[in-house]
Design a protein around this ligand. Structure first.
Ligand code: PEP
Length: 269
């Protein structure tokens, strides 16, 4: 194998986005306990629990390779009078490592690409790893959605220094696949992920772009997770509904542990 085509091993990320669930603190504590135990001793996978803010302290646990936690959003502002906002530094004060930024459900409420980019920079400035969500609203036969995706990526990462690209995670989440019953296909996902990597090479070095973990999200559960995880190009999954069902989550993690995860120099068209 040529040096340039050598493969680098990378952990598989399973991001559990609890969204606005569960309804009570009692249930949140139960889910947090299950999540922590699922994260114990994982060899190839990092499970990242992302509960709503009121339950963030429940998922706190010592850092291990298998388990981490983060928030679902972050304030645009570092400090000041912003009622209802939660600052990046407050998230870090709980020793959280990750924050989801630009989720389509926040974009649907009016969050702009400019705001997403600001949040990415704010997160990076305090050492949080932003999990930046990008994805098209709908597909068209002429593949114009790829151009929209490219614009969204450029705008959502505006002002991020090329060096800092090595500290982000990208979650490709086609909006039409989130919260429904039809996921994208693994093959289509690979195609789009290659396109996203190519786009990232316009913003940072090839080496850094190739090191960025690329996740898929959108109606993943225990029945289809293995299909995505069978693809080398997909470095993990962002999971909504199924992540709140410990049995489904356990099966997804099992599939992740069984895979032979690698980042490789894939042909980029
Ligand atoms: C999500 O919350 O980003 C998501 C992918 O949700 P679901 O898995 O429920 O489609």
């Amino acid at each position: 194998m040529k040096k340039s085509a050598q493969k680098a091993r990378i952990r598989t990320f399973i991001i559990a986005n609890w969204k606005m669930n569960p309804a009570t603190h009692v249930d949140a504590k139960k889910l947090a306990t299950k999540s922590k135990s699922l994260g114990k001793g994982l060899k190839k996978t990092t499970l990242v629990a992302c509960p709503p803010f009121p339950f963030l302290s429940d998922v706190v646990a010592p850092h291990t390779k298998g388990y981490a936690y983060g928030a679902q959003d972050v304030s645009l502002h570092a400090s000041g009078s912003h009622t209802g906002d939660v600052a990046a530094s407050q998230i870090v004060s709980l020793k959280a490592s990750y924050v989801i930024v630009g989720h389509s459900e926040r974009r649907a409420k009016g969050e702009s690409d400019v705001e997403v980019a600001t949040k990415v920079r704010v997160a990076l400035s305090v050492g949080l790893t932003p999990i930046v969500c990008v994805g098209e609203r709908e597909r068209d036969d002429e593949a114009r959605y790829l151009l929209t995706l490219r614009e969204q990526i450029h705008a959502s990462l505006e002002g991020v220094s090329p060096r800092d690209f090595g500290k982000i995670i990208i979650a490709y989440e086609p909006v039409w696949a989130i919260g429904g019953d039809t996921a994208n296909t693994p093959d289509d996902t690979v195609e789009t992920i290659l396109f996203i990597r190519k786009t990232l090479m316009e913003l940072t070095s090839e080496k850094t772009a190739l090191s960025i973990p690329m996740l898929y999200g959108g109606s993943v559960d225990d029945t289809n997770a293995a299909g995505f995880l069978a693809k080398d190009e997909i470095n993990g999954l962002l999971i909504g509904r199924a992540s709140r069902d410990p049995k489904k989550l356990a099966r997804i993690i099992e599939a992740s542990e069984k895979r032979n995860s690698q980042i490789k120099k894939t042909k980029i068209r």
